[in-house]
Design a protein around this ligand. Structure first.
Ligand SMILES: NC(=O)c1ccc[n+]([C@@H]2O[C@H](COP(=O)([O-])OP(=O)(O)OC[C@H]3O[C@@H](n4cnc5c(N)ncnc54)[C@H](OP(=O)(O)O)[C@@H]3O)[C@@H](O)[C@H]2O)c1
Length: 212
């Protein structure tokens, strides 16, 4: 069973950690401070969890930090690994990033460019953190909620699709990382509960910021 590393253990990272331990994964979590600052979360998560260098310990690593800090994600320890990118661009929080403002790239492409030897898959970016532990349903459930992914590596996407299925969600493939904008903030699929068919419709209907 893979160990899941979480770089960032705030709203979304802690929820993914809860889902992971509930599905019998070991998790290693880290934040921007000393491991002791995660003691309460580690105690809640139980024996499958520890606070250490998630980039090194994780077989699959989730990056869930404010986007403005993405350059602090270590490159070497993540070489060859699947890296799940939950991040969104919020200029009020992140400051302005010109290549996102002019839509010449996407958030997950930025992380992929920073981690050229990793396989970045964008996922979990458009669901409110709290709903991760309430909205999952077994495979085949009627009207099961779907989450979008984007990525350039088909095998990495297949792995993340299996993980999402274990966690209780259908997956809709939005395409390569450059199509990740279709599920960015202010697109129709960003936030609300959607089945796979509804999410496919929303991805197709998404407009670039310049066209909204
Ligand atoms: N909240 C949601 O419902 C939600 C849903 C989907 C996607 N997202 C996106 O996911 C990302 C994280 O959101 P969030 O709401 O979980 O944020 P958050 O609650 O503010 O948590 C951020 C986490 O990142 C850690 N961190 C910050 N800088 C770091 C660094 N340089 N190295 C390692 N860890 C670092 C923080 O640790 P410290 O406390 O030590 O600084 C904290 O654990 C954002 O891009 C957000 O847009 C959020």
């Amino acid at each position: 069973m893979a160990t899941i590393g979480l770089i960032g253990a705030g709203h979304i990272g802690s929820q993914i950690a809860r889902l992971a331990v509930a599905h019998a994964y070991d998790v290693v979590i880290s934040n921007s401070r000393a491991p002791e600052t995660l003691a309460t979360l580690v105690a809640e998560l139980g024996p499958r969890a520890r606070a250490a260098t998630a980039a090194k310990a994780g077989d699959i690593v989730v990056v869930s930090v404010p986007l403005k800090n993405y350059r602090a994600v270590p490159v070497g320890p993540l070489a060859g690994k699947i890296v799940i990118d939950t991040n969104n661009y919020c200029p009020q929080r992140d400051g302005h990033i010109p290549e996102l403002d002019n839509e010449s790239t996407t958030t997950a492409e930025l992380l992929q460019a920073h981690l050229p030897t990793s396989k970045v898959v964008m996922a979990f970016n458009h669901i409110y953190a709290a709903e991760l532990t309430t909205d999952g349903q077994p495979a085949g459930a009627r009207n099961r909620r779907a989450l979008a992914i984007a990525g350039d590596d088909p095998e990495a996407k297949a792995t993340v699709t299996r993980l999402l299925d274990q966690f209780g969600f259908d997956t809709v493939d939005a395409g390569p990382l450059k199509e990740g904008w279709r599920i960015q903030r202010d697109t129709p699929g960003y936030g609300p509960r959607r089945t796979a068919a509804e999410l496919r419709r929303d991805l197709a209907a998404a407009k670039r910021y310049a066209d909204q």
